[in-house]
Design a binder for this molecule. Structure first.
Ligand code: 2P0
Length: 340
């Protein structure tokens, strides 16, 4: 029996992935860029056991047996295919590519609440499977088959998922732009507004956007390519102001696309909008851009800032959003998340 346990981090997109050109292969309509968080506070954990004595593949989520979704099955199949290619012609080939797997997964943060749980979950699953089956090389394209955003969690630092041009997805992979050490002062605060499961999942929300939103077509062809180049330059030059502005504009455009979708997909709530207002007021008072917000498919906010500003920003947030104010309630602040 072989047993492997892995932790994987979540990633927060600053140029958002929203919309597929191929639902089966999970091929996006635009490139996206993200920062991978450290695994200190938010991570997915997966243990994979493989054995010639197991009769079938099993999946346990939070220790409860759960059904093997088609996406988990696709990841397993791809890993076994690679394992079998590796083993061809090798001596001592025990045929481990045929061994069945028992997989135990969990995360230490809310699932499906717009906190990138699937990105960490599938990155972790694929990394653990790859180790167990002794598969080497780029696994981002396999993680992508589990959940698009998961391919970015396979690397640390700032990461780009290239949409690719090939119909078979062979060039739709993630690459590291820079490691975390390139910009060590960057921090991310996560403001948990609501940790309930979202009403419209990302997969169906983006599918509906592709079918109905004209703004999404414009975004993919005319906005994201330019923004991607601009933010890459900002990251390389440690230009926080430009980085922050593009990050906020891209989040705003994602949620505009969601409202342009028919019927609309509404992810941000009143507290999220108050956070947006707060960030702009804070930057105005400071006379420079110190803070950037970004929202995924949920009401929770991720704030980008620099280490030197963390203490003041956290104190101000605690004052502006006191836990006693039911209308402006932030359930928790995860601070300070570093980039891995
Ligand atoms: C992102 N999100 O770039 C964007 C921003 C949500 C908003 O990637 O269908 O869970 O599994 O590929 O990866 C969420 O999408 O969707 C997502 P699938 P996924 O982080």
């Amino acid at each position: 029996m072989i047993v492997v346990t892995c932790l994987a981090p979540v990633n927060i997109a600053v140029i958002k992935y929203w919309g597929k050109r191929d639902e089966q292969l999970i091929l996006p309509i635009n490139d996206s860029i993200s920062a991978t968080l450290s695994t200190d506070q938010m991570n997915a954990k997966t243990t994979v056991m493989i054995s010639p004595n197991f009769e079938k593949d099993l999946l346990f989520f939070f220790r409860e047996e759960s059904c093997m979704s088609p996406r988990v099955q696709v990841c397993l199949k791809e890993i076994r295919k690679r394992a079998s290619e590796n083993l061809k012609g090798k001596k001592n080939n025990q045929g481990i590519d045929l061994w069945k797997a028992h997989i135990c997964s969990e995360n230490n943060f809310p699932t499906a609440a717009g906190l990138a749980s699937s990105s960490a979950g599938y990155a972790c699953l694929v990394t653990a499977l790859a180790k167990a089956y002794n598969v080497e090389g780029d696994c981002s394209s396999i993680a992508r088959l589990g959940s698009g955003s998961a391919c970015r969690s396979v690397f640390g630092g700032f990461v780009r998922w290239h949409k690719g041009n090939q119909g078979d997805g062979s060039d739709s992979i993630a690459t590291q732009i820079v490691p975390a050490s390139h910009w060590p002062s960057i921090r991310i605060l996560i403001l948990v507004v609501n940790d309930a499961r979202k009403k419209v999942g990302s997969t169906s929300g983006m599918q509906r956007s592709v079918e109905t939103s004209q703004l999404l077509q414009h975004r993919a062809s005319h906005v994201v390519p330019q923004r991607t180049e601009q933010i890459l330059k900002a990251i390389k030059n440690h230009d926080f102001e430009t980085f922050a502005e593009i990050t906020m504009k891209d989040s705003n455009q994602l949620h505009s696309v969601c409202l342009d979708t028919y019927p609309p997909a509404v992810y941000m709530n009143d507290v999220s909008h108050t956070i947006v207002e707060f960030v702009h007021s804070y930057n105005k008072i400071k006379g420079t851009t110190k803070l950037a917000y970004t929202f995924d498919a949920g009401p929770n906010a991720c704030l980008f800032l620099q280490e030197e500003d963390v203490a003041e920003v956290v104190a101000t947030i605690k004052q502006v959003f006191p836990p006693t104010n039911e209308n402006n309630y932030i359930r928790g602040i995860k601070v300070p998340e570093k980039i891995l």
